[in-house]
Design a protein around this ligand. Structure first.
Ligand code: BG6
Length: 609
């Protein structure tokens, strides 16, 4: 996905665009560019690479003056990172400039048709087609031309559009990709997310699918797909802009890891009162939840891994079948889902297009959808039948940490709620888990306080070229997240493996010095896991083993490196076990000199299919 921003008002626009893009850079950082309305018309400046190189070209915003403009930071989908493929894209006559987040699916056909009419293209992107098409339809009214183009383009888009002949307005249009706008005393803004404009106002407007907005210096008017003027209620953002800043930490990822005790506490506090789980925020009727036939969990990336934890815990405590499915697979697998089924949709951003599309498919097939989302007002949160928010605050680092931890917190509470409704958990175990939930934040803090030990392990193993994570049951679910974290930020090839499956093939890859990270916090299967540790040790592997405090001595004896997490209920262990894995990955990436907050080829949430 990309980040787009726009402003029209009384202030110099270029510094505002650069600042907005800096706050959106976690959405994509292959190239950046701006288009500003100057005396000469539309001035477009763009540059491959990080925003800093654009900042240099623009002498920090002093190079181009004007009071209206649009900007873009790119995550390349069509056409490799280059100056030509950077946004904004400008039309052949130089009349229309466009910034875009999303994918124009029928861009090849449209491009051919326009080329037949003699239009010359300068980039390989899908987006340039939009600029050329709007110019093709332009007859003196930009809004008309935008609507005509929208009738022709298919796919997903959040667009910022300027016209050289209309210096007093900017147009925004949206389908499937997030776009917010805001009015302030210095003018009007558009942006992919609130972080880019929170500095100027807390009241934002969310553009919905098929809607178009006209931004002028005096205000914003919104039109629906039939070009009727509509009124939108502003939405007040509660969190501070400082929450989206590093606050003196070297990396957002480190800051966000350190926030996890507080985030867990904040996410459970409103829902845990005097030993009771309070899910009164749920709109789905208890009867429906009580009689659910089957649960699907759909998500992508780390959110999917939280979904695998949900599968194990709900099946164990609620005794109904749960299937955790990758959203991109669910959508096109003609899933057997319908009336009476519940589809849990997990997403930090609430904008990941694979997850959104899978949720829509589940809804189309008759299932009820319950979203677990971090971004308030996001598309998934708005479109789901019901939503439970994780209160993790803004998460900027591309590799998620605190949002995953908050997702687990909501999953535990929802599992207890469903078990209570189904009557499948006895009062003693229920009280035990509830009591332990309250202790999780302190136990996470205890692990964070031992971060130097993980830093030491990282210094031992940062040079390994291939690493295996092995575990059983919930430990296996955490292995998936640990392995992804390492891959995301250190670029070391690693695999999460069900420990019992290793001997059926993959153990052939274990040789002298191969690092195996063995997770053994799932009490019932501790001994079985220790057998697997013996198996890989016998093939020369180095083993970093993690288990609950009660087994510290044993794992220290049996493995090359050992880390003990505080004792806790098996169902809650993933929240503790993931912390040392996050820290280990962070320190390995740090030693390897990787760009931790903006790993190569990744984006915070992907709003393209
Ligand atoms: C990826 C992010 O793009 O999307 C991952 O890099 C994330 O960290 C995944 O887990 C899913 O994103 P979301 O916002 O739907 O949870």
């Amino acid at each position: 996905m990309c980040g787009i921003v726009g402003y029209i008002g009384s202030e110099q626009v270029t510094p505002i665009l650069l600042d907005g893009l800096a706050r959106l850079e976690y959405r994509g950082y292959d190239s950046a560019g701006v288009s500003v309305h100057t005396e000469q018309g539309l001035t477009v400046i763009k540059s491959i690479g990080r925003l800093q190189s654009l900042r240099d070209v623009l002498s920090n915003g002093q190079a181009v003056s004007g009071t209206s403009g649009i900007g873009h930071t790119r995550w390349a989908t069509h056409g490799q990172p280059s100056d030509e493929n950077s946004h904004p894209h400008i039309s052949q006559q130089g009349r229309i400039a466009v910034v875009h987040n999303g994918i124009i699916e029928n861009y090849r056909q449209l491009k051919e048709a326009l080329q037949h009419m003699g239009v010359k293209f300068t980039s390989e992107t899908d987006t340039e087609v939009v600029a050329q098409l709007i110019e093709h339809y332009y007859e003196g009214d930009l809004l008309d031309a935008v609507y005509s183009a929208m009738d022709r383009i298919e796919g997903s888009y959040a667009l910022g559009i300027m016209c050289a002949d209309e210096p007093d307005r900017i147009i925004a249009a949206r389908k499937d990709n997030p776009l917010i706008m805001a009015q302030s005393d210095i003018g009007s803004f558009l942006a992919s997310d609130v972080t880019a404009i929170l500095k100027y106002t807390r009241d934002v407007l969310y553009l919905d699918d098929g809607e178009v907005a006209v931004l002028t210096r005096d205000g914003i008017s919104v039109f629906n797909a039939y070009r009727e003027r509509i009124y939108k209620d502003p939405f007040r953002i509660e969190w501070e802009i400082s929450a989206a800043e590093k606050g003196g930490y070297e990396h957002f990822m480190f800051k966000e890891m350190m926030e996890q005790p507080e985030v867990f506490r904040k996410t459970i506090a409103p829902r845990l009162q005097n030993g009771h789980v309070n899910m009164s925020e749920l709109k789905l009727p208890p009867d429906y939840l009580k009689n659910v036939g089957k649960i699907y969990v759909i998500a992508c990336g780390s959110a999917y891994h939280a979904g695998v934890v949900a599968k194990y815990n709900i099946e164990k405590l609620v005794r109904i079948p749960v299937e955790a499915v990758l959203a991109s697979e669910f959508r096109y697998s003609s899933p057997i889902v319908g009336e009476g089924d519940l589809v849990l949709v997990i997403s930090q951003s609430g904008e990941t297009l694979d997850t959104l599309a899978a949720m829509r498919e589940a809804g189309r097939l008759g299932a009820r959808t319950l979203a677990i989302v971090n971004v308030v007002g996001s598309t998934i949160a708005k479109e789901a039948d019901d939503v439970l928010y994780t209160w993790a605050g803004p998460e900027i680092a591309v590799a998620t940490t605190k949002a995953y931890t908050a997702q687990l917190a909501v999953i535990y509470l929802l599992t207890l709620h469903l078990a209570e409704l189904a009557g499948t958990i006895d009062a003693k175990e229920f009280a035990e888990i509830v009591a332990e939930l309250d202790q999780i934040p302190d136990k996470i803090q205890k692990i964070l306080d031992q971060k130097e030990q993980l830093q030491y392990f990282a210094s031992l193993y940062f040079n390994n070229s291939s690493i295996f994570f092995i575990g059983r049951n919930l430990d296996y679910a955490v292995c998936m997240e640990g392995s992804l974290k390492l891959k995301e930020i250190s670029y070391i090839h690693s695999e999460a493996y069900a420990a019992g499956e290793l001997k059926h093939g993959t153990i052939s890859l274990i040789e002298d010095g191969t690092l195996v990270v063995a997770l053994a916090s799932y009490e019932k299967l501790f001994d079985k896991l220790m057998n697997n540790v013996e198996e890989v040790k016998a093939r020369g592997a180095s083993v970093l083993c993690m288990a609950q405090e009660g087994h510290r001595e044993k794992i220290e004896k049996m493995s090359d490196s050992a880390f003990a997490i505080p004792d806790c209920h098996a169902c809650l262990a993933p929240s503790l076990e993931v912390i040392p894995l996050q820290l280990f990955s962070y320190y390995v990436a740090l030693i390897r000199g990787c760009d931790i907050d903006k790993p190569r080829n990744l984006a915070k949430s992907v709003t393209v299919e």
